[in-house]
Design a binder for this molecule. Structure first.
Ligand SMILES: Nc1ncnc2c1ncn2[C@@H]1O[C@H](COP(=O)(O)OP(=O)(O)OP(=O)(O)O)[C@@H](O)[C@H]1O
Ligand SMILES: [Mg+2]
Length: 161
C-alpha cells in the first residue's frame, strides 16, 4: 500500500496559498497543469496539489490519484519509481468538500525536457505493465538513477501484469 506523506495542516496552508491569496516563504509554486497547482513545501520536500477551483471533475483528479497510487505501488518495479501519495479531505462551510493531494517531491528532469524519454527503460517497463492515459511529458520525471517517476496519477489505469 502507498505510504502516507505530508501533513493535514500543511495541506490546509497550501490550499490557503491559492484560494485565500496567502503567502508563505516555506512554499514554492513549482508547476501547474489543467487541473491543479503544485506547491513544494521546501523544508519537508513534499508537494501539495490544490485544484484551480471547486468542481467535481477537478476534485476527482485529487481523490482518484491516491487510489491509482495504491494500485501502482502493489506492482513490482525495476526502473519505475512510484512516489508516495496522500489525500487530505476538508469540509467547506457550505458542507461541500475539497481535496488536497500530497506527493513526495521528485528531483529530476520532466519528460518533456528529457530527450528520448519515451525510449527509456522505465517508460518501456511502465507501458508494458500498465495502460494509463494522460502520461504526457509534464506528468512524469526521470530521476538521477534514470527511473521513470510518474507524478500525476489523476487518470484511469489498467494493470496488465
Ligand atoms: N511530486 C512532484 N515532484 C516534482 N514536480 C511535480 C510533482 N508533482 C507535480 N509536479 C509539477 O507540477 C506540475 C503540475 O502537477 P500535475 O501534473 O499533477 O497537475 P495537473 O493539473 O493534474 O496536470 P494535467 O494538466 O496533466 O492534468 C507537473 O507538471 C510537474 O511539473
Ligand atoms: Mg499533469
Amino acid at each position: 500500500m502507498a505510504a502516507n506523506i505530508g501533513t493535514r495542516s500543511l495541506a490546509r496552508i497550501a490550499y490557503s496559498l491559492h484560494h485565500e491569496g496567502k503567502t508563505n516563504d516555506e512554499f514554492e509554486r513549482i508547476g501547474s497543469g489543467a487541473f491543479r497547482i503544485a506547491f513544494l513545501h521546501k523544508p519537508t520536500g513534499v508537494v501539495y496539489k490544490v485544484n484551480w477551483g471547486h468542481n467535481p471533475i477537478q476534485d476527482y483528479t485529487n481523490a482518484g490519484e491516491r487510489k491509482v497510487a495504491r494500485i501502482l505501488s502493489r506492482i513490482e518495479w525495476d526502473m519505475v519509481r512510484i512516489p508516495k501519495f496522500s489525500l487530505f479531505t476538508f469540509k467547506c462551510e457550505d458542507g461541500t468538500k475539497f481535496y488536497v493531494s500530497a506527493c513526495e517531491y521528485i528531483e529530476g528532469s520532466l519528460g518533456m525536457d528529457t530527450p528520448n524519454a519515451y525510449g527509456s527503460k522505465g517508460w518501456l517497463e511502465f507501458s508494458r505493465k500498465v495502460r494509463m492515459g494522460d502520461m504526457h511529458g509534464g506528468n512524469f520525471l526521470i530521476d538521477a538513477e534514470g527511473k521513470f517517476c510518474p507524478v500525476d496519477l489523476g487518470s484511469r489505469v489498467e494493470v496488465r501484469v
